[in-house]
Design a protein. Structure first.
Lengths: 703, 253
């Protein structure tokens, strides 16, 4: 590499020989040509417009190339992307090929000498004969450009490498002298300033265009309010043409009286931002957001301000609509029949609540907002569940975009439990992590459910009494007969006593008669007690099967006898006991016997059979009759409530359904034995309740 | 006085049968006992029974069927005393079906004995006992109240429509009954009220059935003659004439 610090041919003071004089002349001419060239190039850039810059550069490159008798003269520029030198302009002598594509682009970083941000990095001159390492950037550049030698001058602007001006010898080797370097540097400087000016002008144009095109109305004002410039958006916003606005006062658009703060800012030359109403030309009122920004001037004092206006009428209207919508929904929520509470999903804190929620819980709105859900809940819940866990589980389900309906017991301010039904839904995602609970007080519903349960109990009682009523005639007969005997016996005894008791043996016999008939009445009344009282709360007690059957028969045998219906009772095992509510079993048997009685009443040679047995730990009672059987198709329906085959007014249709539920309450079953030739109902009751009942409790425990 | 008078006692309660038999034998009756209606029917065919005392509800043949059977053969004899343990039959029905007396269990034995003793006497002796009608309520039957239908007169009593406050069951009354188309223009005497029916919503006036206990000399013999001729079964007629079809619909039929 031959640097420019070698001796130059200029400035030698020896007497000039002829060749020297010729050389001097040549040199002088060269100088003149050189000056001429610089002047030419400079002139090109003086009056050039931004659009003509490229053409001027091309022309200047050609001039430089011709002057230096180079084969190529190229300009590489940094930028797009930054840090990469790209060949933008170039001149190639006729017949000289352009550099290969690989040589048109270099990274700035590959040339440390230019990259060091040196104040004035020197030009580069390199030829193929240079004794440089093969991998030096200079030789790399030379090879990439496919030339014999080249000289390059960096173009610096404010410490940044903006480009490189290159001349190359392609055909034959050539040594570039210091003059070349100087020329390149001067040309480079000219290009740099031309390009910089072009960029600045382009930027200014863009900025001007941007201001013109901006949606916002932009006004440039003096500090006395005189509008110097306005963009077209101002006309759109105000209805006044730019020409009308420019040169006039800002008060045309913003009255001093209503925009005092804006005017204060303009006068003071300070920044301000605010919004207010303006009146468009024609009177239409619009809302604007306006900002005032002082323009920096000499010595930090601003002589002008920029006023930027934006129409926010639509936003204002949307806000108003939103506010009204919010008010509307607030009204809906406030006056909803149910209590509504919004709670944080994570902390369970009450975030909002309507009046009804306050009424339900007996708390003021403010007090309610200080509470957590657990503070107003019964802990643990009446079903035994852990309140926090149960609530959180419901909240999790609600957050999964599922609306959750569940029962929850709150505790109001007075400490009373308030059973409620809660519908939990997730709030919209814009207020994430919140759930809304609509709460309905179901105290009255629970009360009515209790009432229904009580009514059911009463119906069972009524049906029990109804089966009694069906037998009332028989019972009166059964009681009045022994009463008649007792009454007659008393009269006879009195007669005997008055007559001097001449036959004591007969008197004694009469007294025994009385005692016997008193016993009859006693048994009937005991049977009545068994069936007439409500046994649903009775404990399960071991009772002999025989006693239950006898007491039941005591009640209905007379009825069968009176209606000439044969009652066939099979042998009853004497040693079997059943753990049961005897009242209920007797009621079931009585019901089956009465049904059988009614079924056969109008048939020839009627009979009803009751058979009692014991099989596989179950007591088994079966009632069959000589009747015509159930009408076809009714077998499945006989256990349905209100189903009856009896004449209107004779049966409630509840007997069998109630009997079935009573038997099932014993863990037994009541069914129609369809395999039998005659109508045959079978009751099976377990002899012992123990295991079954324990099993039942286990199930409840699992719930 | 009760000698040669045979009473038949029918009841499925052996205790009661036995005690009644003892009582009636003590009073001089010849007593037969039956446990049910069929047995009683058989005895009626074999013995001259003057009075039957029968339960209403019985196995095999109930009391009302027995009554129907017996009165179908002879309206007057035997006299029937029904004893019911339960109001299967109303007094109005019982008397209309021909029963001469109706008792409800439990009953007074002495009264039963008195009733039977009275019933077994010949019919012509029935209504000549002297009673002074002093202090009794007087029932005046009015012929125009029948509204064109014939007055209802039975073998031992009649129905009287009452406009005034109705008498109560068992009350002793005196009565006068004008009878336009009968051999006796009026029937007067005293009686016992056996049943009472209040005025119906349909506009029928209140009525009561009375059993004669005494008839005035002026009409007694002519009434007895009418009774002996008359084949009507009713002892005291029902307000609605009790027809045989209705009697068959009795609860124990």
């Amino acid at each position: 590499m031959e640097h420019s610090n070698e001796a130059t041919p200029h400035g030698e003071s020896e007497p000039l020989s002829e060749p020297a004089r010729l050389f001097g002349m040549e040199l002088l001419q060269y100088r003149l040509r050189f000056e001429n060239l610089i002047a030419t190039i400079s002139a090109q850039f003086i009056s050039v417009t931004p659009g003509e810059t490229d053409a001027a550069i091309e022309q200047s490159l050609a001039c430089i190339g011709e002057f230096l008798e180079a084969d190529r003269c190229h300009l590489m520029l940094n930028g797009m992307p930054e840090g990469v030198l790209t060949t933008r302009h170039g001149w190639n002598r006729d017949g000289v090929p352009p550099p290969p594509a690989a040589g048109t682009m270099f990274k700035v970083s590959a040339f440390p000498a230019w990259n060091a941000a040196a104040d004035n990095p020197g030009p580069l001159r390199v030829s193929r004969q240079s004794r440089l390492p093969a991998d030096s950037p200079e030789l790399t550049l030379l090879r990439a450009r496919d030339c014999q030698s080249l000289a390059a001058a960096p173009m610096m602007l404010s410490g940044r490498l903006v480009g490189v001006l290159l001349v190359e010898a392609v055909i034959r080797p050539r040594v570039w002298d210091a003059e070349t370097s100087a020329l390149l540097r001067m040309g480079g400087d000219l290009f740099t300033s031309a390009l910089a000016r072009r960029d600045a002008e382009e930027r200014l144009l863009l900025m001007g265009n941007a201001l013109e095109a901006a949606d916002s109305g932009i006004l440039l004002c003096r500090r006395d309010g005189l509008v110097v410039w306005a963009n077209p958006a101002v006309e759109t916003l105000t209805g006044y043409a730019c020409g009308e606005v420019t040169g006039g006062s800002l008060s045309q658009l913003h009255e001093r009286a209503s925009w005092t703060a804006l005017w204060d800012a303009v006068y003071a030359g300070r920044a301000w931002r605010g919004e207010g109403a303006i009146r468009r030309r024609g009177g239409e009122e619009r809302f604007e957001e306006v900002s005032v920004t002082p323009l920096p001037g000499p010595e930090g004092r601003s002589s002008h301000v920029v006023v930027v206006k934006n129409d926010i009428t639509d936003r204002k209207r949307a806000e108003k609509a939103l506010r009204e919508s919010e008010e509307r929904y607030r009204f809906l929520v406030e006056h909803a029949p149910e209590a509504i509470v919004v709670a944080d999903a994570r902390t369970r804190r009450v975030l909002d609540a309507n009046t009804n929620a306050g009424n339900l819980l007996g708390l003021e709105h403010e007090a309610l907002l200080r509470k957590g859900i657990l503070d107003i809940s019964v802990r643990p819940q009446p079903d035994g569940s852990h309140a926090a866990d149960a609530w959180d589980a419901c909240v999790r389900r609600a957050l999964d975009e599922e609306s959750v309906l569940f029962e929850w017991t709150f505790r109001n301010a007075l400490g009373y439990e308030v059973p409620c039904e809660v519908m939990l839904v997730r709030m919209p995602s814009s207020v994430g992590g919140q759930v809304r609970a609509s709460i309905t007080d179901i105290t009255s519903r629970i009360l009515s459910e209790q009432t229904i349960a009580e009514q059911r109990g009463k119906i069972i009682a009524a049906s029990r009494l109804s089966s009694l009523g069906e037998m009332a005639g028989g019972l009166a007969h059964e009681i009045n007969n022994p009463l008649a005997i007792i009454s007659v016996a008393c009269e006879q005894l009195r007669d005997q006593l008055e007559g001097g008791l001449d036959d004591p043996a007969r008197a004694l016999h009469t007294v025994e008669r009385v005692a016997r008939n008193v016993g009859r009445i006693e048994r009937i009344v005991r049977g009545l007690r068994t069936i007439a009282r409500d046994g649903s709360g009775d404990p399960f007690v071991e009772r002999p099967v025989r006693t239950i059957v006898e007491e039941t028969l005591e009640l209905c045998a007379a009825r069968f006898q009176d209606h000439c219906i044969e009652l066939r009772v099979g042998p009853v095992p004497g040693d079997i006991t059943v753990e049961c509510r005897a009242t209920e079993i007797a009621q079931v048997l009585l019901n089956l016997l009465n049904n059988a009685h009614d079924a056969v009443e109008d048939t020839g040679y009627p009979w009803v059979a009751l058979d009692v047995g014991c099989k596989q730990g179950m007591a088994r009672f079966s009632v069959s009759d000589s009747g015509p059987g159930l009408p076809p198709g009714t077998e499945r329906r006989v256990f349905e409530p209100f189903f009856t085959t009896k004449q209107t007014g004779r049966g409630t249709g509840l007997g069998l359904s109630i009997s079935k539920s009573l038997v099932e309450g014993h863990g037994g079953r009541l069914y129609l034995d369809t395999s039998a030739a005659k109508t045959r109902f079978v009751v099976e009751v377990p002899l012992r309740q123990g295991e079954l009942r324990q099993g039942g409790e286990g199930e409840e425990g699992d719930l | 006085m009760n000698e040669k008078c045979t009473v038949l006692i029918v009841d499925d309660e052996p205790d009661l049968c036995e005690m009644l038999a003892f009582e009636f034998e003590l009073k001089g009756f010849t007593v037969l006992c039956a446990g049910d209606g069929q047995e009683a029917c058989a005895l009626l065919g074999e013995h001259p029974v003057r009075a039957v005392i029968t339960d209403v509800r019985m196995p095999r043949m109930p009391g009302l069927r027995l009554l129907e059977h017996a009165k179908g053969r002879d309206v007057h004899w035997p006299a029937f005393v029904l004893i019911s343990a339960y109001p299967d039959v109303t007094p109005e029905q019982a008397y209309a079906m021909g029963a001469e007396a109706l008792f409800s269990k439990p009953f007074r034995l002495a009264k039963l004995v008195d009733t039977v003793t009275a019933l077994v006497r010949p019919i012509e002796e029935r209504w000549n006992a002297r009673t002074d009608g002093c202090g009794m309520r007087h029932l005046q039957a009015r012929s125009d109240m029948w509204r064109g239908k014939r007055p209802v007169l039975g073998r031992g009593g009649c129905v009287i429509l009452t406009e005034e406050a109705a008498p109560v069951r068992g009350e002793q009354v005196s009565f006068t009954m004008p009878l336009a188309d009968m051999p006796f223009p009026t029937l007067t005497g005293s009686a016992v009220v056996r049943w009472v029916r209040p005025a119906s919503a349909a506009g029928q006036p209140a009525a009561c059935g009375i059993e004669f206990t005494h008839l005035a000399d002026s009409c007694r013999s002519r009434f007895v003659a009418w009774v002996m001729d008359n084949g009507d079964r009713a002892y005291i007629p029902a307000l609605v004439v009790c027809d045989p079809a209705m009697s068959r619909q009795s609860p124990c039929a």
